[in-house]
Design a binder for this molecule. Structure first.
Ligand code: NAP
Length: 492
């Protein structure tokens, strides 16, 4: 196994404000742990209100020069940042696995995904077009321009500790804003690595700041960002409960907020599906990142006539997964992020079994100990079970049975969440009907993998507001300004 012994040289275990590495004003620090072993990796500062205010002031100071650079010049900086990431992709992937736990092969995919946002938004920043509108008066002209907002805040989760940072900071910076970012307690190092590479790429001091904090500090940092008059917008990825809380915090200042929140994705397999493709899609959609993604298949719905065969085949595939340390060769399933995640998975499985679910495989803590959980398949799952209402965020496939298309759609939409939904079918009419009927922001048809920087990512219902990635993803980081130019004369 290839567990690193030290941090990369471009990263210091400190906060990053105004282009400088810095400790917390309080001097306090918290430990970052390897979730696979529970061992300490390093300590980083427990920052709070005054540190966050300092970062906001630094971003505010940097803003005039950054916003008045040409879009092309900002794009050059972002491209250099992406290049620095790609040049270090193996090391960044190793660091990501070390603090987060996912197999390093998945971390490599995440690092490329993360870098792709810098490349993509370097381009999109150059295409923030305005409008001219036919005027309402003869001597008037109407112009519409899109402008940056100023200082913006980003708050990101631990499950994609690199990509969630770039998915926010790339469009924000490309549009001319300056950012204060708060990464998750469990995974600050990937964000700090990005800060180190920002220095190397020539991101000016203050344009990108990282404020680290322990879980106890999150509310204070969040409140400082949402209540500060200089902060014009918040971009958040995380749980629905925290997202709602942050949105409430933005009310006083009428601050813009975009929210990428939790999901409860249905994964529907119709009997006309390509069976093997659906099986492969379900495996990746369910067990990738040990099921800890907001777009994981949370409820697998299988049509009657192929139900038993599908359950049997998925159980056999789940048995082939290899749990272990993500830096070990051949491992395909990492640990859960922390003990309370393990408790949640145990609670949901126990509730399902108590209400009549059938355990096909797994169902226990793994013999590896720590936060490892066995790859698990449950069948005969029904809507009364908590596992169909809450995000599992673990390696547990919950399979439900349905008889026809109408029932599948009704079951799929029976949730307050609406992030992603998937289905497998080869009937072209059904493909359109079901894609249109699913109440989700994202639909995967005949695929379990939908993330790409070029497509809009985001949810409906209680899964969020706004979109990240794609040409739409930059709009949320700009304001529209209407310029009414009068008195220009009548012309001839
Ligand atoms: P979380 O508890 O909501 O935490 C997310 C971030 O918010 C972390 O940085 C966290 O800091 C911070 N935070 C917690 N309480 C806060 C508060 N009161 N004020 C301000 N910030 C606060 O979510 P998580 O458990 O880390 O992440 C998993 C969730 O994210 C799942 O629901 C998943 O579906 C969702 N997610 C959504 C997407 C998407 O694109 N829709 C993508 C990935 C994940 P600490 O870590 O220090 O507590």
């Amino acid at each position: 196994m290839n567990i690193p012994t030290e941090l990369p040289e471009y990263l210091q275990p400190l906060g990053f404000i105004d282009g400088q590495w810095c400790a917390a004003v309080s001097g306090a620090a918290f430990e970052v742990l390897d979730p696979a072993t529970g061992k300490k990796i390093t300590s980083v500062p427990r920052m709070g209100e005054s540190d966050t205010e300092r970062a906001i002031a630094a971003a505010h100071k940097a803003y005039p020069a950054w916003r008045t650079m040409t879009a092309a010049a900002r794009a050059g900086v972002l491209e250099a940042w992406a290049a620095s990431m790609r040049a270090r992709s193996d090391q960044l992937a190793q660091l990501l696995t070390w603090e987060q736990g996912k197999p390093v092969s998945e971390s490599k995919v995440e690092i490329e995904y993360a870098a792709s946002f810098f490349s993509w938004f370097a381009g999109e920043g150059r295409r923030i077009y305005g409008d001219t509108i036919p005027p309402h008066l003869p001597d008037t002209r109407i112009l519409v321009m899109r402008q940056p907002m100023g200082v913006v805040g980003g708050i990101t989760p631990w499950n994609f500790p690199s990509a969630m940072v770039t998915r926010k900071s790339a469009p924000a910076l490309a549009a001319g804003n300056c950012m204060v970012l708060k990464p998750a307690e469990s995974t600050p190092l990937s964000a700090l690595a990005l800060a180190g590479l920002a220095l190397e790429a020539g991101v000016p001091p203050g344009v990108f700041n990282v404020v680290t904090g322990a879980r106890e500090d999150a509310a204070v940092i969040g409140e400082t960002l949402t209540s500060h008059p200089l902060v014009k917008k918040i971009g958040f990825t995380g749980s629905t409960v925290v997202g709602k809380h942050l949105m409430a915090g933005c009310v006083d200042g009428l601050k813009k907020i975009s929210l990428e929140l939790g999901g409860n994705a249905p994964f529907i397999v119709f009997d006309d599906a390509d069976f093997e493709a659906a099986l492969a899609g379900a495996m990746i959609c369910k067990y990738r990142n040990t099921g800890q993604t907001c777009i994981s298949a949370n409820r697998i719905l299988v049509q009657d006539s192929i139900h038993d065969r599908f359950v049997e085949a998925l159980t056999a595939r789940a048995a082939e997964l290899v749990p272990g340390h993500g830096l070990e060769d051949g491992v395909s399933l990492g640990p859960l992020i922390e003990p309370r995640a393990l408790d949640k998975v145990e609670r949901l499985v126990a509730d399902a079994l108590a209400k009549g679910a059938r355990l096909m495989i797994g169902g226990n803590r793994h013999s590896l100990g720590g936060t490892y959980y066995e790859p698990t398949v449950l069948s005969d799952v029904t809507p009364e079970m908590d596992i169909t209402r809450e995000e599992v965020f673990g390696p547990v496939a919950a399979i439900m049975r349905f008889s026809d298309e109408a029932e599948a759609i009704a079951l799929a939409n029976d949730t307050q969440y609406g992030l992603s939904g998937y289905f497998y079918s080869r009937d072209v009419g059904r493909v359109f009907r079901v894609a249109e009927a699913l109440e989700t922001g994202i639909v995967g048809v005949n695929t379990g993998l939908i993330s790409t920087e070029i497509a809009p990512f985001g949810g409906v219902k209680e899964s969020g507001i706004g979109r990240e990635g794609s040409k739409y993803g930059i709009e949320d980081w700009t304001e529209i300004k209407y310029v009414c130019l009068a008195g220009i004369g009548e012309g001839s």
